[in-house]
Write a protein that binds this ligand. Structure first.
Ligand SMILES: [Zn+2]
Ligand SMILES: [Zn+2]
Length: 133
């Protein structure tokens, strides 16, 4: 593998040290706080290159991509549209169904992403609480 630039290595290290699903702005802010001088354009380019090399993974949300470690193995995501919280899950039955659907349609699936949107329990409880007042 080609050697990474110091900047890309810093991006990769930060992602690999966490379980978060980062967007580019969050990464730039955190890296700059840690003493790296990285413009947002550099972060975007770095993320694209790291993803193309398979070193990180991304999920595509409506407005932006979020990036995470590549070594977690396959999983899918539950996304709270109120607070942005992201939960991970993996369900064997869903995985198998998807394989079957692809096979039935003679489709050679190379991967998939399943995003479920909704309201997390915490936000749900909060809104229920405020309505009671
Ligand atoms: Zn929430
Ligand atoms: Zn994830």
């Amino acid at each position: 593998m080609k050697r990474l630039t110091i900047q890309r290595q810093a991006i990769l290290d930060l992602i690999n040290r966490s379980n978060q699903h980062w967007d580019a702005e969050e990464l730039a802010r955190c890296l700059n706080k840690n003493g790296h001088q990285l413009g947002i354009a550099t972060v975007y380019r770095g993320l694209g290159a790291l993803e193309n090399s398979g070193l990180i993974q991304s999920i595509q949300l409506a407005d932006k991509k979020r990036y995470e470690r590549a070594d977690k193995g396959h999983h899918d995501h539950l996304i709270c549209t109120n607070c942005g919280d992201i939960e991970e899950f993996c369900d064997d039955k869903i995985e198998q169904r998807q394989q079957q659907v692809a096979q039935d349609l003679s489709f050679h699936m190379t991967g998939h992403q399943l995003l479920m949107f909704g309201i997390c329990q915490r936000c749900f409880n909060q809104s229920a609480g405020s309505e009671a007042l």
